[in-house]
Write a protein that binds this ligand. Structure first.
Ligand code: AHG
Ligand code: MN
Ligand code: MN
Length: 342
């Protein structure tokens, strides 16, 4: 594998080919999926960049399966990804946060051996106020026989992912992905329309710097969670106080913590026992990335990638980021730290 430095001018396409060459058995189909996602990301980035000018701000006037009001950009981004991916012959099915069930490949297109699960636009509440939003994707292999994908192909634990990534539409547009060979970041150069390698081999600092949590739910948390948040804030247990940074877009909060070190926490609470974030297309892909970068992701009890899915849009509590911060969460939430004198 060529060890690139950030000064090498390497397009994402060339980088993907170089990674593929590490696997002589590779057929190129997974590489093709990553190219297609990069294309869809450029198209969504173009819509996001001018959202204030075109008629794509605000609500689409409909609700999605989550019971959330769909923003126009949710719907536009969802359509862009489906249309970019459905005819490539690389997928046997898709699933989207914005679609109730399995997205089948149209009869007139060839089916492939992979499944794509995605959140087309993450952080929708931030679109109209020009705060970074993102796209999150996860790829697993088809495990059933037959031509078309089935629900069983979609409901696989995160440890079976073969690729995962996100796009952040921020001060610049970045695509960050892993295929199990480390985590690599590419920045879009809009003047040439290319994603160029800017962050080779991303590693998350072991020690946290940032805490990302919406503590307006504090009254709904159980005592262990309240104690954990006091420890993250340096108010208990002699721990270092983390700086609180909460954007309200998971991708933006996660990306900052991936590069700077920290923890993103969306605990369960008395109103939503599984928290808010979705397992298959939010927690799992970011969990694969953070582990590949040397961090961890837990639902507070077990490794997120080991959670066995039972339904497409199931939610999970999420503690994701620097290993030491996630360990602290597991200690506090299992009640251990009460024994060790919090
Ligand atoms: P989405 O826009 O795809 O529904 O995701 C929104 C998620 C996530 O991006 C963010 O971290 C979280 O919702 C914020 O939730 P709260 O507003 O409850 O803090
Ligand atoms: Mn989301
Ligand atoms: Mn979304």
């Amino acid at each position: 594998m060529v060890r690139h430095t950030a000064t090498s001018v390497v397009t994402i396409e060339r980088f993907i080919i170089e990674q593929e060459r590490q696997h002589p058995e590779a057929t190129g189909e997974l590489s093709g999926i990553l190219y297609d996602i990069a294309l869809a990301a450029k198209m969504i980035a173009s819509k996001v960049r001018m959202a204030g000018l075109a008629d794509i701000l605000g609500s689409a006037g409909a609700e999605n399966v989550q019971g959330e009001v769909q923003q126009k950009l949710d719907v536009v981004s969802n359509e862009i990804i489906i249309k970019a991916m459905d005819h490539t012959g690389r997928l046997c099915a898709m699933a989207s946060e914005e679609e109730p069930g399995i997205i089948q490949i149209p009869e007139n297109f060839r089916c492939g051996k992979y499944v794509l699960l995605f959140d087309p636009l993450d952080g929708s509440s931030n679109i109209d106020v020009n705060v970074p939003v993102g796209t999150i994707f996860s790829v697993v292999r088809k495990i059933t026989r037959g031509r078309h994908g089935e629900m069983e192909d979609l409901l696989q634990p995160g440890r079976r992912q073969v690729a995962a990534g996100y796009v952040i539409y921020g001060s610049s547009t970045m695509l960050v992905y892993t295929t199990g060979q480390g985590v690599h970041g590419f920045t879009l150069d809009p003047s040439i329309g290319e994603f160029l390698l800017s962050h080779p081999n991303i590693r998350i600092p072991d020690d946290g710097r940032y805490l990302s949590v919406n503590d307006s739910y504090e009254q709904l948390w159980d005592d262990n969670v309240k104690m954990l948040m006091r420890r993250y804030r340096g108010l208990e247990g002699g721990t270092k106080a983390l700086s609180v940074r909460y954007v309200g877009s998971l991708v933006a909060d996660f990306h900052r913590n991936l590069l700077g070190g920290g923890i993103f926490a969306y605990p369960a609470n008395r109103k939503s026992h599984k928290g808010k974030l979705r397992l298959l297309y939010e927690a799992n892909p970011l969990g694969f990335i953070v582990e590949q970068a040397g961090g961890a992701a837990s639902d507070g009890t077990i490794r997120v990638l080991d959670v066995l899915p039972t339904e497409l849009h199931q939610r999970t509590p999420l503690y994701i980021g620097s290993k030491s911060c996630v360990e602290m969460a597991k200690e506090c939430l299992s009640g251990v730290s009460q024994l060790v004198g919090a």
